[in-house]
Ligand binder design. Structure first.
Ligand code: G3H
Ligand code: ZN
Length: 284
């Protein structure tokens, strides 16, 4: 199947109260692990690609490998720029073949975020590409993005509703108390913010920083209006743990396939757990 925009499943997710997982990709093994999970569970899926991952793999490799992956599965799959920082990178991704982009203007003043996001929406929608916007600022570190806990700022629900009305983004990421990376304690999620915004906009809310959030909180977030959840760190940890374990057990191993294979299986395992938790199983 060809790559699809988020709008291929966003309304269904909102109506049927499930969330589609965005899983960030870093190499072929992540890609294969993620699609194997989605195909086995008949779940829609989203590949998330950060600007750092684009620099690492090269944009042509990202698109080519993702297109091959999408042709190998029957489930709908989006190739989505994660936390795009400028109009330029968004356009570069659209031209290269991404089916969806996130423009993260959350660090700009509110009016400026609206103005810049609107420009992105206009260009992306003309190309049939969906757009995710962001409001508030999410704590933690994700590739090029680093926000100190004291600088994290919850999204204001009234502003979020206005932001959606003016920009017409296809999904709206809100800072509601989760963070990028693993948590020291338990995250305090502001479900009231999710609920108020979700009830007043026509598109799903996106939850970033999905790694390490307790299952109960994830279920509640979906019930209150989250329709897309981003997961990166948990896959990185599982991948690296598998590589470490293989090499610790066989220090003389030098065949990359022998330690990357188990790492690919570890990613598949994490993604399957998340798809079951997110309720996206059988929703393709
Ligand atoms: O944009 C990607 C994410 O929000 C992933 O966050 O690494 O905490 O799972 P995470
Ligand atoms: Zn994020």
């Amino acid at each position: 199947m060809a790559l699809v925009p988020l709008t291929a499943f966003s309304q269904k997710a909102k109506a049927e109260k499930f969330a589609v997982g965005q899983f960030n990709i870093n190499n072929m093994e992540f890609i294969q692990g993620i699609i194997a999970a989605a195909e086995e569970l008949n779940s829609p899926l989203i590949f998330g690609v950060s600007e750092g991952a684009i620099r690492y793999m090269g944009i042509d490799f990202v698109v080519a490998m993702s297109e091959v992956a999408s042709r190998q599965v029957k489930v709908p799959m989006a190739l989505h720029l994660d936390h795009g920082s400028s109009f330029d990178i968004v356009m570069k991704c659209i031209r290269a073949g991404f089916s969806s982009v996130m423009f993260d203007g959350s660090h700009h003043p509110f009016e400026e975020n609206i103005r810049l996001t609107k420009q992105v929406v206009e260009a992306a929608h003309a190309a049939g590409v969906s757009v995710e916007g962001e409001l508030g600022s999410i704590a933690g570190v994700e590739d090029d993005l680093s926000v100190d806990e004291k600088d994290a700022m919850l999204a204001n629900p009234k502003q979020a509703i206005q932001f959606w009305q003016e920009t017409q983004v296809d999904m709206l990421a809100l800072a509601v108390g989760t963070a990028h990376g693993m948590y020291k304690g338990e995250p305090h999620i502001h479900f009231d913010v999710i609920q108020e915004v979700a009830a007043n906009i026509d598109v799903p809310v996106v939850l970033h920083g999905g790694s390490g959030v307790p299952d109960e909180s994830i279920r509640k977030a979906i019930q209150t209006g989250v329709g897309k959840i981003n997961v990166d760190t948990e896959n990185r940890l599982a991948f690296t743990k598998a590589v470490r374990e293989t090499l610790a057990a066989k220090p003389a191993e030098y065949d990359a396939r022998k330690y990357l294979g188990p790492a690919r299986d570890a990613v598949k395992e994490v993604v399957m757990q998340k798809m079951k938790l997110f309720g996206s199983v059988g929703k393709a």
